[in-house]
Design a protein around this ligand. Structure first.
Ligand SMILES: Cc1ncc(COP(=O)(O)O)c(C=O)c1O
Length: 392
């Protein structure tokens, strides 16, 4: 199967089999052109009454609007940041001024450390940290286990929308409902989820969510959803004149406007090249319907191929239900990094190690594993090359 959408991605012109999209995706031409257009016209800062500055202001405003359509929230609920990890650390700093001895937070065992270490750091101010244990090797989280952990002292539940190691997708809406029943907030990490499925923070009824645009076929930026009404309660680090209800209070410093222009270009790719050309969220919904269809077929195909590789132990869900196409595995008696190096030399890019998902690796009882991850621009031939390399 050749993938017609792949032609929008110049990085594939060299014939490289890229199966490390979980670490960061390739970008379409519309993204590259938007960056180039922005920088060619002018590179200015926001807020001043001349054309170049107005262009920067427009990019920032359109980014807040476009990202709100992407997450399904209001523009005033969108925080623009550089990367998901520092956004979470910033939020944790605010929490450290609100909570202390007697307060509890719950972190799922499936988390990337970006959605664990910032909250774990709250132990410094006396907060108790509990781990919501998962079921391994499939990487499931049971809501009944979360129910056992929450109580009237619970302040926050941190749970991923999709594991960057195992690809499994927990029931975030169910977790958020349990958290809400005891008055706690929920933050979900949508970094690994958002290239595969369109985020919908309203449907999940979470309080905070974060994703990184460089995983969504775009530039290095990240965005945080903060539910309306929460910003004024958060004692964040901020410049003293910034109003307490402004998203700017979690946006210290200057943005990478060319990167944001690129993100707007990617949203146009999604609406017009992948989707049906509708404006707003509707175009993104249609794009992701197509993405899900493509990925479903690729995920089934990948699982089928990997199942037949002698000595291969696959972690995560054995079928395509409840997971994305992120394949994590080890080969009996072989070092994961050596496997990745061998594949890399043959033109197949995969990851090896723990990819900052240290809790899932510990739960699996391994120090690392190989990870091959597909996105909608991947092809069956990439997976065939992978499996051919594994058999060598
Ligand atoms: C699931 C998940 N969460 C968080 C992060 C960290 O994101 P960032 O690099 O934007 O800080 C990653 C990065 O790989 C990730 O895969």
């Amino acid at each position: 199967m050749t993938n017609s959408l792949r032609s929008h991605f110049p990085a594939f012109d060299g014939g490289f089999s890229f199966l490390d999209s979980a670490a960061g995706a390739q970008v379409p031409k519309r993204c590259i052109d938007a960056i180039s257009r922005y920088l060619t016209n002018a590179s200015c800062n926001v807020g001043m009454p001349y054309a170049g500055s107005q262009a920067a202001s427009a990019v920032k405003d359109q980014t807040r609007q476009g990202t709100a359509e992407f997450m399904n929230c209001a523009p005033s609920e969108v925080i623009i940041g550089t990367s998901a990890t520092p956004l979470n650390f910033q939020l944790a700093r605010a929490f450290s001024r609100m909570w202390g001895v007697g307060d509890e937070i719950i972190i799922s065992e499936l988390e990337h450390e970006a959605n664990a270490s910032p909250w774990r750091d709250l132990e410094r101010v006396g907060v108790t940290v509990k781990i919501w244990r998962g079921q391994f090797p499939h990487g499931e989280l049971r809501l009944e286990d979360l129910r056992e952990l929450v109580n009237k002292n619970t302040r926050l539940v941190a749970v991923t929308s999709a594991s960057n190691a195992l690809g499994s997708m927990p029931d975030v809406a169910g977790a958020a409902a349990i958290a809400k029943s005891v008055g706690a907030w929920t933050i979900t990490d949508m970094v690994h989820y958002s290239p595969h499925h369109l985020p919908d923070v309203r449907a999940l009824e979470v309080d905070f969510a974060v994703f990184s645009s460089y995983k969504v076929f775009s530039t290095h930026a990240a965005f945080m959803y903060v539910r309306e009404g929460l910003l004024p309660q958060l004692p964040t680090d901020k410049l003293h004149f910034i109003p307490d209800d402004s998203p700017l209070k979690l946006e210290p410093g200057t943005n990478n406007y060319e990167g944001l222009a690129g993100w707007l270009g990617t949203l146009e790719y999604l609406r017009h090249d992948v989707g049906d050309g509708s404006s707003g969220r509707a175009g993104l919904v249609s794009a992701y319907q197509r993405i899900e269809q493509i990925e479903h077929e690729l995920t089934e195909f990948g699982l089928e191929l990997l199942r037949d590789v002698p000595g291969l132990e696959l972690y995560g869900q054995p079928s395509s239900a409840g997971r994305v196409g992120t394949f994590c595995f080890n080969l009996a008696g072989q070092d994961p990094m050596q496997i990745a190096s061998r594949l890399g030399a043959s033109g197949v890019g995969v990851a090896a190690g723990h990819y900052y998902a240290t809790m899932p690796m510990a739960a699996l009882g391994v120090s690392g594993a190989v990870r091959a991850s597909i996105l909608h621009y991947s092809e069956k031939a990439d997976l065939e090359r992978l499996v051919g390399g594994l058999r060598d």
